[in-house]
Design a binder for this molecule. Sequence first.
Ligand SMILES: [Zn+2]
Ligand SMILES: [Zn+2]
Ligand SMILES: [Zn+2]
Ligand SMILES: [Zn+2]
Length: 341
Amino acid sequence: MAENSHVDLGFVEKTDPEKLTCQQFPSKVGGKPAWLSLSPLPSPDQLSCPKCNAVCVFLLQVYAPVDDDDNAFHRTVFVFLCKNPECHQLNSSVPFIVLRSQLPRVNDFYSPEPPTPATPVPIKGDKLCVVCGSVGPKCCSKCHSRSYCCKEHQTIDWKGGHKQNCSDTQEDRCSERSKVLFQEYELLIEEEAFQKEEEKSEAEKKQELQSFLKSDKASSLLQECPPEDMEKMSNQSEDKVFLKFRKRVGHAPDQVLRYDRGGCALLVSEDNKPDNIPDCSCGAKREFEFQVMPQLLCHLGVDRVGASIDWGTLCVYTCSANCDTGNQYQQEYLWKQDYSK
Ligand SMILES: [Zn+2]
Ligand SMILES: [Zn+2]
Ligand SMILES: [Zn+2]
Ligand SMILES: [Zn+2]
């Protein structure tokens, strides 16, 4: 894809959680997933880490309908990851799960009219785990009022307060529960303001990187990001792919997401480029849809769960035919690229 075609950027913003419920069709980071299809939700098996079997936690979702596809009047792509630090390895996509859901305008869950702030939460749908918001086929055997995706999340809820108020039907605030999830934000999408500049000499490019690193933009990034992240970034200065990445991102250093369905990813390194992306189960090729930027790590509070949850960029590939599986969630593909050592 040409460099001057347009890319949408995502930025995180704290917002009223009411704006992030499923009937508002949000793009969001952290908290519980705002499911699109409400039944059948992905099973605990579909969401379990291929490495350790733990249930993966919601990272983000992007609401991205396809204009000329009636089956995708609503369409959301979800990314989950395993929070077990041991499952995360350099350039390995194993502990990430991507799911796509889409619905026509007239569907089983939502009104065909655009939502207002007063639109109620649809009642139809599967029971949700009170801890992580995934499907909850298990429930508390005493009160039967709380559902869980797995034994681990039931234990977290029990120790975190449900033990004290099991028979009490009131929603309690449980800090143990909230530790399972990433911090919640709205994901605001804006078109990238970027003009392709004349090709520059290597010397000019290096000089620009130097001045970027000294600039206010870089220092604001430095304040938000742990210094070792910036170090990792600047150690890359010999890598042309990384220079290009750094420069392009420098136009809007807070971006946490780049969306360009059918375009190509802005890679962080010459090494381990996305390769052999598997076809969709329908047989169609998968194409690039969006990438998660390293800046997102600064907003998640991942230091709490172990520094090994890290990435240069996470590139998400989805079915080019956007195949329709009704209310079912369709598995898609993620490629993790780390900075080269
Ligand atoms: Zn795992
Ligand atoms: Zn759960
Ligand atoms: Zn109970
Ligand atoms: Zn497909």
